[in-house]
Design a binder for this molecule. Structure first.
Ligand code: MRU
Length: 340
C-alpha cells in the first residue's frame, strides 16, 4: 500500500489520524499544509516524514511564481525552515530537507531547471524509500524462523514509510518467503500507533497479529510467547537508538528473557556523529495522556509527562538491519567509525 503520492502539484496521502475507522485520503497543495499534517501526525513515521517534507518543498517549487532562480531558492529555504520546525526527533526530516537544498544549490541553469530538479529529487527520495525497505526486508528475513512470533512496538510499517515499512518489512519478507510468522503488536500509548496502524496494516495483508496493551509485554515474554522483537527507529546515534516511547522498556524486558532484539532502519535514519544526549526528545501535549480520544481519564490538574520517544542503549540491541545489511552489536562501533 503506497502511503503518499505526488500528482502534478498535489500531494495525496492517507490521513493516519482517521485510521483504522476510516481510510481517508487528503490532498495537500502548499508546503504549509504538509507541515501542519506532520505536526498533527496525519503524516507520521520517520521515513514518511522525510518524504513528505521533500514533497512539501517540491510543492513550493511547483506553485512558485518566482521569476529567477535566486528568488525560488529563497522560497525553498523558507519552506525548509517551516518544515524543520514541525517535529524535532526523527532525523529523516532533516536529512531529506538538507538533501533537497543541496540539490537546489547545485542546479545550474534557470528557474525552470531548478523547479524540475527539485520535483524529481523529491520523487527520487520517495522511490528510493520503497527500494530501501525491500532491501531491509531481504537482509532481515533470515533472522526470522518458520513459526516465530515477533513482537513490535509502535508502527514501523507501510504507513510509516512510502511502502513496505522497516520493522514490518522484515516480517513481510519472511512471510513472503513462506515462513509462518505471527506478530504481537504493542498498542503503544498514548497515540496508539500499534493498535490503530500496525494491527490495521497487518490484518489487511493477512499476517496474523495479536494486539496487547504495553503493560502486557513482560507477561507475554515470560510465558514464552515471543521469539524475537523488531522495532523501527527515529534516529540511530553512536550509542543508542531513538524510537517511540516504550521501546526501551521492551528492550530491557527482551534482554531479561533472552529474546533477540532487532532494530530495522534505513541509513537515512542514521545520525552517527551524534550521541544520545544530543537528541531532542519531542514533548507532546498533556492531553494525549489525560485523555483517550476525546474522553478524559485522569483528574483535572494532574501533572503529566509526555515524551514521545525514548533511547535504547546500543548494548540492548542484538543487531541493526539496514539496506546495506545486518550490523551486529559487536560490529556497530566499527561501523560508526567507518561512517563518520
Ligand atoms: O510519533 P511517530 O508515530 O511518528 O513515531 C514513529 C516511530 O517511533 C516509529 O517506530 C519510527 O518512526 C520508525 S518508522 C519506520
Amino acid at each position: 500500500m503506497r502511503t503518499i503520492e505526488w500528482r502534478s502539484g498535489v500531494v495525496v496521502t492517507i490521513d493516519q489520524t482517521a485510521l483504522p475507522l476510516k481510510e481517508e485520503w487528503i490532498e495537500l497543495r502548499r508546503c504549509e499544509e504538509v507541515a501542519s499534517a506532520i505536526r498533527e501526525m496525519r503524516i507520521r513515521g520517520a521515513p514518511l516524514i522525510g518524504v513528505a517534507a521533500a514533497y512539501g518543498i517540491a510543492l513550493t517549487a511547483y506553485h512558485s511564481k518566482a521569476e529567477t532562480k535566486e528568488d525560488l531558492l529563497r522560497e525553498l529555504e523558507r519552506s525548509a525552515e517551516v518544515l524543520r520546525g514541525t517535529r524535532p526527533t526523527a532525523v529523516n526530516l532533516f536529512w531529506a530537507i538538507d538533501r533537497l537544498l543541496e540539490r537546489a544549490r547545485a542546479v545550474s541553469g534557470g528557474v525552470e531547471d531548478l523547479r524540475r530538479a527539485i520535483i524529481s529529487e523529491a520523487e527520487r527520495i520517495a522511490d528510493e524509500d520503497v527500494e530501501t525497505n525491500r532491501r531491509i526486508g531481504l537482509h532481515g528475513a533470515p533472522l526470522l524462523s518458520d513459526g516465530d512470533t515477533v513482537l513490535t512496538h509502535c508502527n514501523a510499517g507501510s504507513l510509516a514509510t512510502v511502502d513496505y515499512g522497516t520493522a514490518l518489512a522484515v516480517i513481510r519478507a519472511a512471510w513472503e518467503e513462506g515462513k509462518r510468522i505471527s506478530v504481537v503488536a504493542d498498542e503503544t500509548r498514548p497515540k496508539l500507533q500499534g493498535a490503530r496502524l500496525t494491527a490495521y496494516e497487518l490484518m489487511r495483508d493477512g499476517i496474523p497479529v495479536t494486539l496487547i496493551t504495553d503493560g502486557m509485554a513482560g507477561y507475554v515474554m515470560s510465558r514464552g510467547l515471543v521469539d524475537k522483537v523488531i522495532v523501527g527507529a527515529d534516529r540511530v546515534v553512536m550509542d543508542g537508538v531513538v524510537n517511540k516511547i516504550g521501546t526501551y522498556s521492551v528492550a530491557v524486558l527482551a534482554r531479561e528473557h533472552g529474546i533477540p532484539f532487532y532494530v530495522a532502519a534505513p541509513t537515512s535514519t542514521f545520525d552517527l556523529s551524534k550521541k544520545s544526549e544530543d537528541v531532542i526528545i519531542e514533548q507532546r501535549s498533556p492531553e494525549e495522556v489525560t485523555h483517550v480520544g476525546p474522553v478524559r481519564i485522569a483528574p483535572e490538574g494532574v501533572e503529566v509527562m509526555n515524551p514521545a520517544f525514548d533511547i535504547t542503549p546500543i548494548e540492548y540491541i542484538d543487531a541493526i538491519i539496514c539496506e546495506k545489511g545486518v550490523i551486529n552489536r559487536g560490529d556497530f562501533q566499527r561501523f560508526v567509525q567507518e561512517s563518520v
